[in-house]
Design a binder for this molecule. Sequence first.
Ligand code: KIV
Length: 289
Amino acid sequence: MTPLHIFARKKRDKSPLSMLSLYDAPSAQIACEAGADAILVGDSLGNAILGYDSTLPVTMSDMLRHTGAVVRGVKSSSRVDVAVVADLPFGSYATPKRAIKNAVALLQIGAHAVKIEGVNPDLLQKMAREGIPVMGHLGFTPQSVLQFESVVQGKTSEVGQRLARQAAVLEECGAFAVVLEAVTGEVAQHITAQLKIATVGIGAGAGCDGQVLVWNDVVGLSPQTFKLAKAWANTRQIWLEAAQNYVGEVQNGSFPAPENGWNMNDEERAKFSASHDEIEIETLDEQPF
Ligand code: KIV
């Protein structure tokens, strides 16, 4: 059974699904241990890890490398069946042919599904025919950041109705779930009630079937916490203190301590220093005075 069934099961049981967007093996392992239902290898990779100021520069090779790392992290955990969804990055699904080729590459590396932003019925149907499970993404879609006037979507009835129609099309075209990002609570709740597939919200209120947040926000690694997120730890401060202590101990000579390294036994040390003296003498002889 595919791990993706968790989305339908959680919706049916009215039990909130927890998903984390993360990018590496150790974080995936921790998320699995923490009981997360699903992992997204989001193209927020661009902002969270690669130091870009948007998701637009993220490439397929970035996504393949990080999806592979996450899949290995899940497999090394005690919960090998956690669902892994990978984002198709900007430009990688501009044509159905390109989308299918890139989605296949992500599935072959071990993702169970791909996520794409927006609604393109022709593309979605072709992907469904190829057997590619697709998660939709509506509301604020970061790959279209250059087109948005504001982040929050669905503040008016007109936009709310448009989002509800788009969500219905995603379901009709075979998507197994849909992310609703920065969508007003009323609209997200309406879409959740209208759809048979699960909605996973980020900044879309408590009325969704599940929630997704970015790892860096959850563990407090991001420089600032966004309104739609919450930090449950202050990892940035912990890392800062660790790095400061390391730098300080290197500078004052207390690291490395004897127990952080290895030594020769007395006999080998004596031989080594004798050979070292010989080498120095030979070197000196060769000097052209
Ligand atoms: O890239 C990402 O992490 C995402 C989530 C924020 C939904 O798309």
